[in-house]
Design a protein around this ligand. Structure first.
Ligand SMILES: [Zn+2]
Length: 187
């Protein structure tokens, strides 16, 4: 039986490299997709997925001769699109390999990752270490050198935006420090 597989990790966990390695080893006819929301020039993509795309129809009408489908940044797909991926697996008989983040900078699931955790046949975690040595599962956002805990999930601006992978303990230490700082500066 064909499968829907989600390989997930934190920011900078090397997801794209894992995808590239798997592609290199795959002898079947592959199709490589990315979310149109994230620019990535490390791989040549066959198609960029937009929010309104009906993935089942797109694969059926344009790429029916492929065997295996790879999707980078699948956490950014909609819940409906992940359900469409399952129909691609079941009705069009293709393996679908998704790669993406588990949570956003506020430690909340993305629409796509949440649905993948619910329905994927297989979940594969890529381990990353926090600077303290613990396993990292959170992604923290720094804007112009300062931690930020609110705002849009995908931020695009002229500011310098950086993300770091942290363990839960280090992440919440920073959240509580920030909340205390906010409380102290309000009085
Ligand atoms: Zn840590």
């Amino acid at each position: 039986m064909k499968k829907l597989i989600f390989t997930f990790g934190t920011i900078n966990s090397g997801k794209t490299n894992v995808l590239k390695e798997q592609l290199k080893r795959n002898k079947n006819k592959t199709l490589v997709l990315n979310s149109a929301l994230i620019e990535n020039n490390e791989i040549k993509y066959d198609y960029l997925i937009k929010e309104e795309d009906h993935l089942y129809e797109i694969i059926k009408h344009n790429f029916i001769d492929c065997d295996d489908i790879y999707i980078n940044n699948a956490h950014l797909l909609t819940k409906k699109q992940i359900d469409e991926l399952m129909f691609i697996v079941l009705k069009l008989n293709k393996n679908v390999y998704c790669f993406g983040l588990r949570v956003d900078f506020q430690n909340k699931g993305f629409s796509g990752s949440r649905r993948l955790f619910e329905i994927a046949h297989e979940l594969i975690s890529i381990e990353t270490k926090c600077s303290c040595g613990n396993i990292a599962t959170c992604n923290i956002r720094k804007v112009n050198g300062k931690y930020e805990f609110s705002g849009d999930v995908i931020k695009s601006s002229n500011d310098t935006i950086k993300y770091e992978a942290l363990c839960t303990k280090c992440y919440y230490d920073k959240v509580f420090k920030y909340l205390k700082f906010k409380k102290d500066t309000m009085h």
